[in-house]
Design a protein around this ligand. Structure first.
Ligand code: HOZ
Length: 429
């Protein structure tokens, strides 16, 4: 495969951008080789700067439910751009968007728009602290909630991939209020609550984690967690930056049948544009400025372009409930093919899937938490990644991430992916 121009751009980028990329996982450091610089995306395909075409399973890390550049979102954007790009003042689009989100996700009685998942999670924790008058919060090992200081403690995604789950630059003071529990382990939560009686404002969790690879909270665990939080006056925050509107119309909370106190969302509600949101119970959200004392602000929050793309996408979902059954059928087809391949190669690698997101872990352990996820052979994943890339399949360049299926993936795309998986595994095992 010719990656000459990608190589040129990467060398040039390294002179001006740390590591040559604007987000670490993109640097291919954990799989080796040159990051592929993309030129355009259309439907299920990405085309790089050297003209290579890939079937894309990253989909901008989740938001592209309909593939790249779907005409109805493009049209909404063109219409919005005619009126201007940013006002720093309220618009009708924000009102429509907020109303629609509250309709689609019942726990979201009120919502505040921000610009990224990181902003959403850090704001949600601030509100939880302001509302409860307590300082500490619990996160789970391997879960990633963006890069605010107090989240970069035993974090997932790139932090985990690069072996610095707790980042330098995070002060002891900042880290002191972050308590870390084991995913899917209710006893670890109980111990932390007992050791920090009346000091914990919130528990934040990716209820279906995507940032240590795809790992789902068990029904029993999440139900007990909900009960404990209610009993102890601790707010339960669902980080649905990856799962919101991806695994179901109502996100992971719909699948798990749990009502969180607050939820956070990311790029998917902007149809792929830079957006985030946090929201939840009215009584809690009324603590947010200017109604309440907890300060949170941003010029680009509720940006008209992002709102128009996001509204087009969410409204499509609302009017076409079959979106999720179609995604499920495509994802199941892929899962069946992958499992068939593994069986014929006599490998029992863990394959976790929830709806249209999933991860093939290079471990034969069942993957239910951080420890089982990191039992994966990441070197082998790196080899697999390159075999797939050479066959025109673009996967996450790190083991501890998810793949995303979109409605634009055709049967031909999926069949080619299954065939490529077989050939790639055969080549490396
Ligand atoms: N942290 C993101 C995946 N979980 C990757 C972000 C990016 O490189 O765009």
């Amino acid at each position: 495969m010719n990656l000459n121009y990608s190589e040129t751009l990467f060398n040039e980028a390294k002179k001006y951008i740390p590591g040559g990329v604007n987000s670490p996982v993109r640097a291919f450091k954990s799989v080796g080789g040159t990051p592929v610089f993309m030129k355009s995306g259309n439907g299920s395909k990405l085309i790089d700067v050297d003209g290579n075409v890939y079937i894309d399973y990253i989909g901008s890390w989740g938001p592209h439910l309909f593939g790249h550049n779907p005409p109805f979102i493009k049209e909404a954007l063109f219409t919005a751009i005619e009126n201007g790009t940013s006002f720093g003042a309220p618009t009708e689009a924000e009102v429509k968007m907020a109303k629609l989100i509250t309709e689609l996700v019942p726990s979201m009685e009120m919502v505040r728009m921000v610009n990224s998942g990181t902003e959403a999670t850090m704001s949600a924790v601030r509100v939880a602290r302001g509302y409860t008058g307590k300082n500490k919060f619990i996160k789970f090992e391997g879960c990633y909630h963006g890069h605010a200081d107090y989240f970069l403690i035993k974090a997932g995604s790139g932090a985990l991939t690069f072996g610095v789950p707790t980042s330098p630059g995070v002060t002891t003071g900042n880290a002191a209020d972050t308590l870390v529990a084991d995913f899917n382990n209710i006893d670890s939560i109980k111990s932390l609550i007992n050791e920090n009686k009346n000091e914990i404002a919130a528990v934040i969790i990716e209820p279906i984690a995507g940032n240590m690879g795809t790992v789902r909270a068990s029904y029993e665990f999440i139900r007990e967690l909900r009960e404990l939080c209610s009993a102890e006056n601790i707010l339960l925050i669902f980080d649905e930056v990856m799962t919101g509107f991806r695994v179901a119309k109502g996100g992971a909370q719909e699948i798990l049948g749990i009502t969180p106190d607050l939820s956070t969302f990311g790029k998917i509600i902007g149809g792929g544009l830079p957006v985030g949101a946090f929201g939840g119970k009215k009584e809690i959200m009324e603590f947010v400025s200017p109604l309440g004392p907890v300060y949170q602000a941003g010029t680009l929050s509720g940006n008209p372009l992002a709102m128009s793309a996001g509204y087009a996408m969410l409204n499509y979902i609302k009017e076409n409930p079959s979106v999720y059954s179609e995604l499920e059928a495509k994802s199941k087809f892929l899962e069946d093919g992958f499992n068939e391949n593994l069986k014929s190669l006599n490998k029992k690698f863990a394959f976790n899937r929830v709806g249209s997101m999933g991860t093939l872990f290079f471990t034969e352990n069942e993957v239910i938490d951080y420890n089982s996820a990191v039992s994966s052979d990441t070197k082998l994943y790196g080899k697999f990644f390159h075999e797939m890339l050479n066959r025109g399949i673009y996967l996450a360049p790190a083991q501890f991430e998810a793949f995303f299926v979109s409605l634009s993936h055709s049967e031909e795309d999926l069949s080619k992916t299954i065939k490529s998986q077989y050939e790639s595994l055969k080549a490396i095992l």
